[in-house]
Design a protein around this ligand. Structure first.
Ligand SMILES: [Cu+2]
Length: 152
């Protein structure tokens, strides 16, 4: 009976892990703080997800005008150019260049204690493509950036 219980427990754990992993592959969850850092340097999503979500939590206390964070996804090659052009959009424009085809996805700009979420179609990403995520608040992308890996 003890053996059976253990086996059932193991099965349950495996099932839970499988569900968690599948969910994670359709969501890019990041935390930003008052030290101008994201909690992750790398994220992985699946291009087969009908919808991919970006969830950003600002764990700091500073307002968006001082230490605002957002998450943009571009190809790695476009990161520097988009970061530069984002400045013109200003806080009111969430530091996201309007109608810029290089921006694959972008969240709103948030301040300390806030959360934001946006979704975009998984088909906007290609398996094996060279993508980056970063914060486009002026000066932040040097530290607040990471590699986005896209799997099948
Ligand atoms: Cu930032």
């Amino acid at each position: 009976m003890k053996l059976l219980t253990t086996s059932l427990l193991c099965l349950g754990l495996f099932a839970a892990a499988g569900v968690a992993q599948a969910a994670d592959n359709c969501t890019i969850a990041l935390k930003g703080d008052d030290a101008m850092k994201f909690d992750l340097k790398e994220a992985t999503v699946s291009a087969s997800c009908a919808t991919i979500a970006i969830e950003l939590t600002h764990t700091g206390k500073l307002p968006a005008t001082v230490m605002g964070h957002n998450v943009l996804i571009t190809s790695t090659a476009d990161l520097a150019g988009v970061a530069r052009d984002s400045i013109k959009a200003g806080v009111a424009g969430h530091y996201v260049p309007k109608g810029d085809a290089r921006v694959i996805a972008a969240t709103d700009l948030i301040g300390g204690g806030q959360k934001t979420r946006m979704t975009f179609p998984g088909k906007k990403l290609s398996v094996g493509g060279d993508y980056a995520f970063f914060c486009s608040f002026p000066g932040h992308s040097t530290l607040m950036k990471g590699k986005l890996t896209v799997v099948k």
